[in-house]
Design a protein around this ligand. Structure first.
Ligand code: PEP
Ligand code: MG
Length: 318
């Protein structure tokens, strides 16, 4: 029975009519990789590197970061690893960095904005990543940047990557961005020209689209990623990416919800990354579906008047 279950988890998330969605795990440490693989992960779609900084009293050196990325790649044995550059600020505070207090950190210097103001954080991380890429299979390592709002940020980050890559004589690494600010979703067709892939962070995208603090104790239920406005932003992101032949993943919480995953696949999302324990349910759901049915479901959801109405579609989803 257990062997059967393991075998099913290892099957791809392929719909009955042959459409495959890549399934990644959100994993932050090398020792978590074996568990993710046993749940059926095909790679790591989101490594939140804040955790390298949070689980200790000081910043990890370039060398320590390099060792960690290498260990991740080794544990993954050639499967893809998407490393997200440090995403500090908002709900992710790192006391030992002693960054200035902000009145409104979710709208402040966080993510890419912080990286661009702190080369002493950005550059060792990028160096560690390109060093790790030198020993990795081509395209096994991908880098993505958090909280991108404007093209200028992409250009500035890419310039740092290009310089460091040249200094190290390292191979090219696919560069992607998190789409989690509505401006990036709306302008996805422009940004797509300048990056290799998008990964939608639906937790933040929802918070910024609906103006609901993602941690607000009273408003948690209203921060609903299935709100039609959020789904429309996801659709815009996919359309913008497709214009330039880029793929779109989702690494926020709804990727791990079977119904959310069905909707996302119907919206044209090609990769879903989630907490390892959510993988078997999502795979089963997609394997029980037809792409045509998922697309029809997504079309209906985009036209819904509320997230309740979207959820009510769950019963008749195929
Ligand atoms: C997100 O915002 O959806 C996301 C995946 O990033 P984080 O939760 O780390 O902000
Ligand atoms: Mg986020």
């Amino acid at each position: 029975k257990k062997a059967q279950q393991e075998e099913r988890r290892g099957l791809p998330a392929r719909t009955r009519d042959g459409h495959t969605v890549e399934i990644g795990a959100n994993v932050n440490r090398p020792d978590q990789v074996p568990v993710a693989l046993s749940q059926g992960a095909e790679g790591v779609g989101l490594m939140r590197t804040e955790f390298l900084f949070l689980e200790r009293g000081d910043a990890p050196s370039e060398e320590e970061q390099y060792q960690t990325y290498r260990a991740m790649l080794e544990a993954l044995d050639g499967r893809p690893l998407i490393v997200r550059a440090l995403d500090i600020g908002g709900d992710k505070q790192v006391p030992h960095l002693q960054l200035p207090h902000e009145e409104n950190p979710f709208l402040g210097v966080r993510g890419a904005r912080l990286l661009l103001r702190h080369p002493e954080l950005l550059e060792p991380q990028v160096r560690a990543l390109y060093r790790a890429a030198k020993g990795a299979k081509p395209d096994a390592l991908l880098i993505m940047f958090p909280m991108i709002t404007t093209l200028r940020e992409i250009e500035a980050l890419r310039a740092v990557c290009d310089r460091i890559r040249a200094e190290l004589d390292a191979p090219a690494v696919p560069l992607g961005i998190m789409v989690e600010v509505p401006a990036a979703a709306i302008q996805a067709d422009v940004l797509a020209r300048h990056v290799d892939f998008f990964s939608i962070g639906t937790n933040d995208l929802t918070q910024y689209a609906l103006a609901v603090d993602r941690q607000h104790p009273e408003l948690a239920a209203e921060a609903d990623s299935l709100h039609p406005s959020v789904l429309r932003l996801i659709r815009m992101t996919v359309e913008g990416a497709e214009k330039h032949g880029r793929w779109v993943g989702v690494c926020g919480g709804i990727a791990g919800d079977p119904f959310g995953a069905a909707l996302l696949a119907g919206l044209g999302v090609r990769e879903l990354s989630m907490t390892p324990r959510d993988i078997p349910g999502v795979k089963d759901r997609l394997r029980d579906s037809d792409l045509a049915g998922l697309r029809a479901l997504a079309e209906r959801a985009l036209d819904c008047e509320s997230s309740d109405e979207v959820r009510a579609l769950e019963g008749d989803a195929s």
